[in-house]
Ligand binder design. Structure first.
Ligand SMILES: Nc1ncnc2c1ncn2[C@@H]1O[C@H](COP(=O)(O)OP(=O)(O)OP(=O)(O)O)[C@@H](O)[C@H]1O
Length: 277
């Protein structure tokens, strides 16, 4: 699908079919001192897509995620979610607009139960306002009940139902990744940025994680996925964007990317990611 952009005049970028991407970045840049970590990166994510974002270590992938999610402010460029400019919006606002993110190293509240960890990710809870809690206790209780039911359903969905009342510290690395999926889904996102969901996960749980990501995507959530596991990327993504030195080096189907010499050269000096036969 060919994209058309006109960042200069501030117009919404549209695909060839006339439908604007659910998420788009144009010329996004961020430097740390003299290091141009992200250096004019552009990317479109269309509704229903799972796009893989790959690249050698230090290419700028996680920094790009932080710029999209709002934990870092870009020096230049624009980012749109559902057509709306977001690059100056606070992270919490982006989350409430439907932009969720998971982290490479999940840090759940170790002493809190799995249920409470997922509940803590709930958005727009009336109970967070002490005044409303006092004035409308019935509404607050009903909302909390709904959130609790949703949290339980999501914990079942990520196959952690048997651990719902256990503290998060009992979870393995892979189970923590599953908990992250439940937490991010609590906010009912339209787009999720997934940062290395396979890192540190044993092979048995990897299939579960891939399967859950497929299901989340089937629910209508568009996904941008950073991953070094090329087998996972090839199984999940119709399209891959390769980042190197802070910008796009190549884009295409998994087969096109694996056959691309420039991409292979960008990875030289590192172990080339392998795709399972
Ligand atoms: N907070 C920061 N302060 C200074 N430099 C940073 C910061 N965050 C990232 N960098 C630098 O920016 C560059 C891009 O890093 P980034 O983590 O975004 O790359 P990456 O593609 O996600 O790498 P990896 O695959 O290893 O996670 C690197 O040179 C890194 O050292």
């Amino acid at each position: 699908m060919q994209s058309v952009s006109s960042a200069a005049d501030g117009a919404v970028h549209t695909s060839a079919g006339g439908v604007p991407p659910v998420l788009s970045a144009r010329g996004v840049a961020r430097r740390f001192g003299g290091n141009r970590a992200v250096d004019g990166m552009s990317l479109d994510l269309h509704a229903g897509e799972i796009v893989g974002l790959i690249g050698p270590n230090g290419a700028g992938k996680t920094t790009f995620f932080s710029l999209i999610a709002g934990s870092l402010v870009p020096d230049a460029g624009e980012i749109r979610l559902k057509g709306e400019r977001i690059e100056r919006q606070p992270a919490a606002r982006r989350l409430s607009m439907g932009l969720g993110r998971t982290f490479q190293i999940p840090r759940p509240f170790a002493g809190m139960s799995i249920l409470d960890n997922v509940m803590a990710a709930a958005q727009n809870q009336t109970g967070e306002s002490i005044l409303r809690n006092f004035l409308q206790p019935g509404t607050v209780r009903a909302e909390e009940r709904t959130a609790r039911e949703r949290a339980r359903a999501l914990i079942d969905f990520v196959t952690l139902g048997h651990l719902v009342d256990q503290p998060a510290r009992v979870l393995s690395g892979g189970q923590r990744k599953l908990l992250e999926l439940a937490r991010v889904m609590m906010a009912e996102p339209a787009v999720i940025l997934l940062d290395e969901p396979a890192a540190g996960v044993n092979p048995a749980l990897l299939d579960v994680i891939i399967d859950r990501i497929v299901e989340i995507n089937r629910m209508g959530v568009s996904i941008l996925l950073i991953e070094h596991n090329m087998d996972m990327i090839a199984r999940l993504c119709g399209r891959i964007v390769v980042m190197a030195s802070g910008r796009e080096l190549a884009a295409g189907t998994p087969a096109e990317i694996m056959a691309n010499r420039e991409v292979a050269e960008a990875y030289l000096g590192e172990v080339l990611p392998e795709v399972a036969p």
